[in-house]
Every structure is written in C-alpha cells, then in structure tokens.
Design a protein around this ligand. Sequence first.
Ligand code: 5GP
Ligand code: ZN
Length: 113
Amino acid sequence: MADCLFCSIAAGDIPADIVLETDDVVAFNDINPAAPTHVLVIPKRHVASAAELEADDAPLLSALFDAAARVGEAVEGGWRLVTNVGPDAGQSVFHLHFHVLGGRRLGWPPGLL
Ligand code: 5GP
Ligand code: ZN
C-alpha cells in the first residue's frame, strides 16, 4: 500500500533491523524500544489492524503468532504480545503489528496513564 511505513519496511524500501523473515511475515526491532526486547511482527500484506482480520486470514495469523513465539523463545523470563487498535489504545501505525515485549518485569494492567 502506498504511503504505508510498514509496507515500505516489508518491501525493503525503508531499512529496519530485521530479526526474522518468512514468505508472509517480517519481524524487526522497534525504533523506540519500550523494553530490552521490543520486536514488531507484521504481515507483508497490508492489513490496517487486528479489527480488519477476516476468517480467511487464519493462516496469516498463525504465521504471525509463530514468528512471535520464535522471537519470544530468546527472551528469558517470558514475554508479552500486544496489538493496539485505534486511538484510545495508542495505535500510531495503521498496518497490523504485534509488539513482542520482554526482558524486564512488565506491569499489569498496562497503560494506567
Ligand atoms: P503502535 O503505537 O501503532 O502500537 O506501534 C507502532 C510502533 O512502531 C511504535 O512502537 C514505534 O516506536 C514503532 N515505529 C514507528 N516508526 C518506526 C520505524 O520507522 N521503524 C521501526 N523499526 N519502528 C517504528
Ligand atoms: Zn501497510
């Protein structure tokens, strides 16, 4: 999709620190990490958010979760998988992405600001 930052990263047009790539999925380090491990897992195909996923996307979702789990394997002590949908949740990039966070104690519930 034109003018989509994460489509450009998936296409290799904008550089990113890629940690894992498959036919359908790319995982790269977040530019502004909120934890020692902060990796974004995205589909190469443009999907605006988790709210746009459809039943046919089940294989893609499986690939995204598999990639997240492979990233999480390296994180001692556990990890968290987060996707923000819409303004109240703080979504700032409108291409589906899962945050893999770990490497420190993560507060729960999140986002009490
Ligand atoms: P959201 O706020 O939509 O849930 O998450 C977007 C994430 O993308 C943020 O954590 C932000 O730091 C990250 N991000 C924004 N622009 C870039 C970029 O150009 N490169 C990388 N690697 N991460 C980015
Ligand atoms: Zn996109």
